[in-house]
Design a protein around this ligand. Structure first.
Ligand code: F6R
Length: 601
């Protein structure tokens, strides 16, 4: 996730761009840049680092003066944060300059085509491909060219484009990434998000899917994919700037929960080609995996172990990163150690990575932050494209980690022949449906809110499940305790009777995660046992599997293949934790004693 902004009008553009980018920094902050239309020349200034570095760079720079410009604040996806990979990206001749928010899935294919036509690339970004592609197709009309380029791009994008031949306009197009346009008294403004523009206007247009707009000082013209002109109405926003940064939500956590469908799509789609999972350069010949991580990332790893073992029949062990180097793990040259981390900076995970490399293992990092220490030091990296996660309690990064494990398991299973092509295709089809199913759960928050209102005063909550349901319970339990401060434990349901059942008393809340058809009956026997001790049971199962007769309360998720249930069951449980914490009046985004990135061992 990145932030883009653009302005065309009568005012000096640089302060407007920098101000807008300041408001978008929550969307990415590893580098920033601006481009200004200065006569027949496009002037670019960009740098690695936070926006403050860019502000210092352009301070007193007379070259960046004009009334038309675009800007970008980056959250790296393709290529580490450095000056060259920063946006704006320029075409070969410098005639076109592009800022981009999104992920181009087919950029390698397009890059190879352009390489064959003699184009050279100086950055590792997918955006440079767009800049060159515009130049490649340009025949004198930037609007026609962008509509043509749009047809070549797969993935998500919101693009702001400057063309030296049309110095008084900005052209914008978008698909699957947001782009809003505002009309202010002195010109037109566009951005990825409303906060960047609130200082100038409160009336906005939303650019629709695959639509294009041309912004000049006096006009905004909208076009559809066939270059037919479109009429649009504005919408009005009353939010203050703080609320606007959170997309109108009260907390970043809720904003990030609702971003999960997009984040999962952006994570899986770059690795799906021609109906198959694809990983560039990932070697296969390992006979043993370790998965090591901390907290929620470790919980994702437990699910990863289960599905890789199921689908690819490789032996996988999980180990907490803080324990890894003390556990004397058995590592050979055929061992792959997978390190999972949102931040890529967690001290224990980094130490585990270094230990594994030291012992001769190959290492694969599943990381959200490009350019982070873990991403740089691992032999192989798969990025979760969740975008910046601001709430301390992870939600969307965790969901993306699961998505990567699904891709990996399907890929390994196919390559090792442990699942046949038909099974792999069925799984992949279902994986592609997961974002829509998450969306469906998010569309029905009221029931979760109601259940939270019944239980927010609970003293203890137990999550029980079997197999993947148990693993999902570990994450649900962590979510609840870290933001609501309610004591909570997750238990493999069959293990309760070996001790923990002593804690169950009248009205203890037990959340029974029962999404596996195979294990459903067994789990219901465990439910009967806790009910007999007076527990109140909240059952979570698939739609159509009425459990009101067994459980006191029920939550439902859409039906999916058993292996994918953790991606769905966690969503209502994230919401449950959120609403419970909210009803307890707690600081949801910054829970006590916790930090977003844990850089001490
Ligand atoms: C819980 C949470 C933590 C992190 C853990 C690892 O909501 O966010 O448990 O998962 O601190 O952090 P990363 O993934 O950055 O290595």
């Amino acid at each position: 996730m990145c932030g883009i902004v653009g302005y065309v009008g009568t005012k000096e553009v640089t302060p407007i761009l920098l101000d807008g980018l300041t408001r978008l920094e929550y969307r990415g902050y590893d580098s920033a840049g601006i481009a200004i239309s200065a006569g027949d020349e496009l002037v670019v200034r960009k740098t690695k680092g936070r926006l403050a570095v860019l502000k210092d760079l352009v301070q007193g720079d007379t070259g960046v003066s004009g009334n038309v410009g675009i800007g970008h604040t980056r959250w790296a996806t393709h290529g580490e944060p450095n000056d060259v990979n920063s946006h704006p990206q320029e075409s070969r001749s410098g005639k076109f300059v592009v800022v981009h928010n999104g992920v181009i899935d087919n950029y390698l294919e397009l890059k190879n085509k352009l390489l064959r036509h003699g184009y050279e690339f100086i950055s590792e970004t997918d955006t440079e491909v767009i800049a060159h592609l515009i130049e490649y197709y340009y025949k004198g009309d930037i609007l026609d060219t962008l509509i043509r380029v749009q047809n070549k791009l797969e993935g998500s994008y919101a693009l702001g484009v400057l063309c030296a031949d049309a110095p008084d306009q900005i052209t914008v197009i978008r698909k699957d990434s947001p782009l809003i346009i505002g009309e202010c008294p002195h010109g037109k403004i566009m951005a990825s998000d409303i906060p960047a523009m609130l200082k100038y206007t409160r009336d906005f247009y939303e650019l629709g899917e695959k639509e294009t707009a041309v912004l000049t000082k006096d006009s905004i013209t909208f076009y559809d994919i066939n270059k037919e002109e479109l009429q649009k109405d504005t919408f009005h926003v009353d939010w203050d700037i703080d609320a606007a940064e959170k997309g109108g939500f009260e907390h970043f956590m809720m904003k990030e929960i609702t971003e999960q469908p997009r984040a999962v799509t952006d994570t899986i789609s770059p690795h799906i080609r021609d109906g198959k999972v694809f990983f560039e350069d990932l070697p296969l010949g390992f006979d043993k995996f370790y998965i090591t991580a901390c907290g929620s990332a470790y919980h994702a790893g437990i699910i990863g172990k289960n599905i890789i073992q199921q689908l690819a029949r490789i032996s996988v062990e999980t180990e907490l990163a803080s324990e890894f180097r003390y556990a004397n793990p058995i590592i050979t040259e055929n061992t792959l150690v997978i390190i999972v981390s949102q931040s890529g900076e967690t001290a224990d995970s980094l130490a585990a990575l270094r230990y594994a490399k030291d012992k001769g293992a190959a290492t694969l990092a599943i990381v959200n932050v490009v350019g982070s220490s873990i991403a740089k030091e691992a032999d192989y990296v798969i990025f979760t494209n969740a975008g910046p996660e601001i709430a301390v309690a992870t939600t969307k990064a965790y969901s993306c980690q699961l998505a990567v494990f699904y891709l990996l398991a399907i890929h390994l299973g196919t390559e090792r022949g442990t699942i046949d092509a038909e099974h792999a295709a069925r799984l992949l089809d279902e994986l592609k449906e997961i974002p829509a199913k998450i969306e469906k759960i998010l569309g029905d928050k009221e029931q979760v809110q109601f259940l939270a209102s019944r239980h927010y005063a609970a003293k203890d909550v137990f999550f029980i499940g079997r197999g993947l349901d148990y693993a999902a319970g570990l994450e649900a339990s962590l979510k609840l305790k870290e933001i609501s401060y309610i004591h909570s434990e997750a238990y493999a349901a069959g293990e309760l009777k070996h001790g923990t059942i002593a804690l169950i008393e009248k009205d203890s809340l037990v959340v029974a995660i029962a999404t596996s058809e195979k294990l459903f009956d067994k789990l219901m026997s465990n439910v009967m046992v806790v009910k007999a001790r007076g527990a109140q049971v909240l059952g979570l199962t698939w739609e159509g599997n009425g459990i009101e007769s067994t459980c006191d309360f029920a939550l439902y998720i859409p039906k999916t293949e058993d292996v994918f249930t953790p991606s769905l069951s966690i969503i209502p449980l994230q919401l449950f934790s959120y609403y419970v914490a909210s009803m307890r009046g707690l600081d949801i985004d910054k829970p006590r004693n916790l930090a977003k990135s844990v850089t001490i061992e």
